[in-house]
Design a protein around this ligand. Structure first.
Ligand code: TPP
Ligand code: MG
Length: 606
């Protein structure tokens, strides 16, 4: 056996640089790194050695670097991913939130936090936590519940088994998620005679599991027995590259489709059978169809509470659920009939087995009536003296966008309103992180999306709260020359949670600055963004916003546009109840009223 003597860190990066995807490009597109004593000497030296094949990117915060990496993978439908490395201790733990984000959203990312010395010589090394009763614990154990695969590299030869396992998980359509390889800092620097063959180019193919014959027969029988089925398109449709197949399926069998946050843009917004966003942030046409459906066919959806209205949406007493999902865990939720398969293959097989079985045309009038309402709230305001609403901001952004513009967001008012109101034309033109809905994903995520698809315009929608929580990868985007456009809606606080607080009978408290112990402060977001090198404008109206967006589209630099909005109005139409537990006893009359409504709503659960 021919061997090559490398440090463990050199072996790790050499191996990663040689893992390809089916398209013949490296699966790991790059490594985000912030160095410290736990990774600079070992991993840092190794990354320098491969900097031409496996680029290293320098971010500002381990969590937000990971957001960029995760957004990159999401935008590419998981066909490529990135790695993120940190030092031990705080740098490592900064990545735990991002690991959970990737875990919930089933997105691949490789975390390589440094870890304490395997030989324990210097214990406690700077930043080492000390467990009084367990010598094997380190801060990196926090990654275990939020990783799909976790390993700690305590000997250089462990990479020979750990790395293939890591790649298997990253590229497995069912198990896909974050992988953490905690890398003891002394081991990174240790040399070992690795087999040359370990570094041979390897191609990872995303398998497409076929449905089980019996499950398929049962699914076909259930569809044939249904009168008014609905299909719920989830993120799995994108991951499977099944958008064209879904389109062909619904055109042939005439089944209406509704879209989850992760599934939105599976069909064009104006496609005959796209009845729009479903659930809590859904629209009337989708929710009316869903309430009546006698068969709910989930395609690549986790059925999270925003999709199901906490399981109160699908009200037909005879309704059944059929879950086409590559992950058996999801296919068995809520007593669903399972159809475990890749979405594309599963739809093809279903369609073939259904033959020319067609359903009655769904009521197109539902859509017309919904769009009349949606268009009214997103239209430019006629009264220039009142604060614009976030809905009007969405209208302005929509008018200034092209079909392939990617609009993105993660938390705050915008995810719900974009889900309801945004008209997504092309697949993956809508990028919403709503599995973890993590404030601070937005700007870093926008950077990752643009790196994934440089030819598309990226518009990041971010509230003042999320911007304040995490904004510094803006400087990275500027410094890397990766152009994004950021729209900050400044409603002076946590508008959506303030409304939720009021909706559950609470007093307005500690959400908007006005109701907190922080005096209302006029934060100059435009100056802040300019200080990080972005072009920036504060605009005073929707028409000024449209002008600024048009200029940003033509510009080559990253632009940040700030607009003050009203924290109170939301779309009145559409939407659905969801379960937010209201206090059973309270001194506040409003809470008692909200509790009574809550108890009544709970009875609707199906
Ligand atoms: C990291 C994190 N912390 C807290 C929350 C809970 N949360 C969701 S939205 C929100 C407020 C967002 O405020 P802002 O970005 O200003 O958006 P707005 O609703 O005001 O438009 C909070 C606190 C969260 N989703 N993520
Ligand atoms: Mg806000």
């Amino acid at each position: 056996m021919t061997t090559i003597r490398l440090t463990a860190a050199q072996a790790l990066v050499r191996y990663l640089a040689n893992q390809m995807n089916e398209d013949g490009v490296p699966y790991i597109a790059g490594v985000w790194a912030i160095f410290g004593h736990g990774n600079v000497a070992g991993i840092g030296e190794a990354l320098y050695g491969v900097r031409d094949e496996l680029p290293t990117y320098r971010g500002q915060n381990e969590q937000s670097m990971a957001h960029a990496a995760i957004a990159y993978a999401k935008q590419l439908g998981r066909r490529r991913a990135m790695a993120v490395t940190s030092s031990i201790g705080p740098g490592a733990l900064n990545m735990v939130t991002a690991a959970a984000l990737a875990h919930v959203n089933r997105l691949p990312v490789l975390f390589i936090p440094g870890d304490v010395f395997a030989n324990r010589g210097p214990d406690p090394v700077l930043q080492q936590i000390e467990d009084f009763g367990d010598g094997t614990v380190s801060a990196n154990d926090c990654f275990k519940p939020v990783s799909r695969y976790f390993d700690r590299i305590e000997r250089p030869e462990q990479l020979l088994t750990a790395l293939p396992r890591a790649m298997r998980v990253l590229t497995d359509p069912a198990d896909c998620g974050p992988v953490t390889l905690a890398f003891c800092q002394d081991v990174q620097a240790e040399a070992y005679d690795y087999p040359e063959s370990f570094f041979a180019r390897k191609t990872w193919r995303f398998r497409r599991p076929e449905p089980d014959v019996v499950e398929l027969e049962a699914a076909v029988a259930a569809i044939k027995a249904a009168k008014n089925p609905v299909m719920v398109a989830g993120g799995g449709v994108h991951f499977s590259g099944a958008t064209a197949t879904l389109k062909a399926f619904v055109e042939k069998h005439k089944i209406p489709v509704v879209e989850t946050q992760a599934g939105k843009s599976a069909l064009a917004w104006d496609h005959t059978y796209n009845f729009g966003p479903v659930g809590v942030t859904g629209c009337e046409s989708a929710n009316i169809i869903s309430e009546k459906a006698d068969l709910v066919i989930g395609v690549g959806t986790r059925f999270q509470d925003f999709t199901t209205g906490s399981w109160a949406l699908f009200k037909n007493p005879n309704r059944k659920i059929l879950a086409l999902n590559v992950q058996a865990y999801d296919s068995a939720k809520h007593d669903a009939m399972p159809l475990v398969a890749d979405a594309k293959v599963g739809l093809e097989k279903l369609s073939a087995a259904l033959g020319d079985h067609v359903f009655q045309e769904p009521d197109a009038g539902l859509k017309a009536s919904w769009f009349a309402k949606a268009d009214a709230v997103t239209a430019a305001p006629t009264d220039a003296n009142t604060l614009p609403t976030d809905m009007q901001v969405i209208g302005a952004v929509q008018r200034a966008s092209r079909d392939n513009t990617v609009v993105m967001c993660a938390a705050g008012t915008m995810p719900g309103e974009l889900h309801q109101l945004w008209k997504a034309k092309l697949p993956l033109s809508y990028h919403m992180e709503y599995g973890f809905s993590c404030m601070g994903y937005e700007i870093a995520g926008g950077l990752g999306i643009k790196m994934a698809e440089p030819e598309r315009d990226i518009i990041v929608m971010v509230g003042d709260g999320s911007y304040m929580m995490m904004n510094s990868e803006l400087a990275t985007a500027v410094g890397m020359g990766v152009k994004i456009t950021v729209v900050i809606t400044d409603n002076r606080g946590y508008g959506c949670i303030n409304r939720l607080q009021m909706g559950t009978g609470g007093a307005e408290f500690n959400n908007l600055y006005a109701h907190s112990n922080v005096s209302p402060i006029a934060i100059d977001f435009a100056a802040h963004a300019a200080a990080m090198g972005a072009k920036s404008h504060k605009v005073a109206s929707i028409s000024e916003l449209e002008t600024a967006l048009a200029a940003a589209r033509e510009a080559t630099e990253t632009t940040v546009i700030v607009i003050d909005t009203d924290p109170y109005p939301t779309p009145e139409a559409g939407g659905h109840w969801w379960d937010v537990a209201v206090p059973e006893v309270s001194a506040r009359e409003e809470v008692n009223t909200a509790r009574a409504a809550y108890e009544a709503a709970l009875k609707e659960r199906t």
